[in-house]
Design a protein around this ligand. Sequence first.
Ligand SMILES: Nc1ncnc2c1ncn2[C@@H]1O[C@H](COP(=O)(O)OP(=O)(O)OP(=O)(O)O)[C@@H](O)[C@H]1O
Length: 276
Amino acid sequence: MTAQLMRLSDLEPRTAGPPPVEVLAATKMFGNGVRALEPIDLTIEEGEFVTLLGPSGCGKSTLLKMIADLITPTSGGLRWWGGDYGHVGEPGKKLVFVFQDATLMPWARVRANVRLPLDLAGVPRAEADARVDPALALVGLGGFDHCYPRQLSGGMQMRVSIARALVTEPNLLLMDEPFGALDEITRNKLDQDLLDLWFAKKLTVVFVTHSIYEAVFLSTRVVVMAARPGRVLREVRIDAPYPRDDAFRVSQAFAAYARELQVLLAEASTAGTPQP
Ligand SMILES: Nc1ncnc2c1ncn2[C@@H]1O[C@H](COP(=O)(O)OP(=O)(O)OP(=O)(O)O)[C@@H](O)[C@H]1O
């Protein structure tokens, strides 16, 4: 990672290609009558780190899963790199989803856990193994490949989960509150390492969190959502230079963004009407 400070304007756009994700008036109504999402319009540009922030039930996970094509919109649609989902997975258009739980196979060593997506894709064992080591090194777990998940802390298990995502060499990383279950110190460290990874690998990231502080620290842009029904309330660009470190966390700029998001979250929590 460069030691030179970069502003957002230095980072974008990383390519002139179509945006990795366009959400086009997409809605979601579940079978039980819950209107999880009102029409959402959202474009994620290449190289952005976009965070979905909002109170419980505002549809953050539903929107993220729609972006991963795990949930189909009730109306409206999405485009990925300018086309339909059929093109996702082609070179330069790879997407991966990281869940809140590490979801590791407890009976398998770290190496086998990280190699899993390559095994499933039929990548020859020697080639797959060769890709595991750099992925583990990227998350700071070089040398832990022979451990079982139970021998690792919660933070280390999340790192394995991220390595398992990185081994597929994604362009777009979708993360559903990946560090929500971790203590604050571990979470801060993983946030820092994730930012370094995002920067080094030129990833595009869409990240879900409840935490204002995590959103400010990580994001180029925060999308604040409100509930009942789920919708986008406001977007806030976090125009602070990268790389960001602990000095940013205690800066006036950080506090000002946190205050702004706090006010919006309070608004998001009171807005809306009860529904089934
Ligand atoms: N499969 C489902 N069937 C019915 N309703 C659902 C389903 N999934 C989510 N919902 C409802 O849709 C709304 C949005 O849920 P979602 O999980 O997307 O919100 P969220 O903002 O991610 O919440 P949290 O922060 O608590 O994870 C909620 O009212 C939820 O109960």
